[in-house]
Design a protein around this ligand. Structure first.
Ligand SMILES: [Zn+2]
Ligand SMILES: [Zn+2]
Length: 304
């Protein structure tokens, strides 16, 4: 194995222009993951908090593992330190909220914040399937969905969720297209609803997940997003069972998913992230070249 220090520096930001999105961030398994979408005022995970994250108002946390969550409150406190008054909003799976609140409180007390001055940041717990508008961007909505990542005990998993970011618009219903302004005003006066809500999926983030999430028919909607960001922690032959044991995706399962959903999917770009820290960039790129079927190779972007 070749050592590659530049790949493993969490403060070295990776930037890719993918579809309608500029994706900035870093993601190496166990080290840190954060993915910023500056034009959409949105960030997924905060395993590291570079200064470029400070202006982002909405942060979604996929799960509680430290390489994704560690700098969540650093984001909050750096904003205050730099005089940003607008409260940032932290979205996360609803079942993580009590633990997150206790953790944030303990960290503040540990840092010497007097109890009477302690104030929780704004945390929004999400349930699977709920669409909500981003607080400061009403043209954008998010919908979280349940994923299976790290198993705790026989049947249960650590709470973890993926998320889709949508452009949200009201469009004129088909039957009213072509109507002039006075006709529209007339219908509105009568209280007739002339618009329908349209949600256009811009990008989906899977977070850390077992590969079988990608072939789960209940999650088939992930393949409708223009961009899908999904983990691909393991790429070598013989690592399939380790991937399952650790709750991560092996490239072989991704290939299965491409074979299953590829012919019908609307997804134009698939960004792979969260590679194991034991691989070099060349090793990752070589494995993708060798193992991704040619028909899909142009869609794949390694986030390294
Ligand atoms: Zn991780
Ligand atoms: Zn994890």
């Amino acid at each position: 194995m070749q050592e590659n220090h530049s790949l493993h520096n969490a403060l070295r930001q990776v930037r890719h222009h993918v579809g309608r999105v500029m994706l900035h961030g870093f993601s190496v398994s166990g080290l840190a993951t954060y993915l910023q979408l500056p034009e959409y005022d949105f960030c997924v995970d905060m395993g590291e908090c570079p200064v470029s994250s400070i202006g982002i108002n909405h942060v979604f946390l996929t799960h509680a593992h430290g390489d994704h969550s560690r700098c969540l409150m650093r984001h909050h406190s750096l904003r205050r330190m730099m005089g940003v008054e607008k409260p940032s909003i932290y979205y996360m799976p609803a079942d993580l909220v009590p633990g997150a609140e206790a953790w944030i409180h303990s960290e503040a007390i540990f840092e010497g914040v007097p109890e009477q001055r302690f104030k929780l940041p704004e945390i929004v717990g999400l349930n699977a399937g709920e669409k909500i508008s981003l607080k400061y961007r009403k043209d954008l909505s998010i919908e979280a969905f349940r994923t299976r990542h790290a198993q705790i005990g026989r049947q249960s998993f650590l709470p973890s969720m993926g998320v889709t970011l949508f452009n949200h618009k009201n469009k004129l219903k088909d039957e009213y297209i072509g109507l002039d302004a006075s006709g529209i005003i007339e219908l509105r006066k009568k209280g007739i609803c002339i618009t329908r809500e349209v949600y256009d999926p811009i990008i989906t983030f899977m977070g850390d997940c077992l590969g079988d999430n990608l072939i789960d028919p209940d999650l088939a909607a992930i393949w409708n997003s223009e961009v899908l960001v999904t983990e691909c922690t393991f790429v070598d032959d013989g690592e399939e069972s380790m991937a399952d044991k650790k709750g991560h995706t092996h490239i072989a399962t991704l290939v299965k998913a491409l074979e299953k959903f590829g012919p019908t999917m609307k997804c134009k770009h698939i960004v792979l992230n969260h590679f194991s820290m034991k691989y070099s960039s060349d090793h990752i790129l070589g494995a993708l070249q060798k193992k991704i079927p040619e028909a899909y190779r142009d869609k794949i972007i390694a986030f390294i």
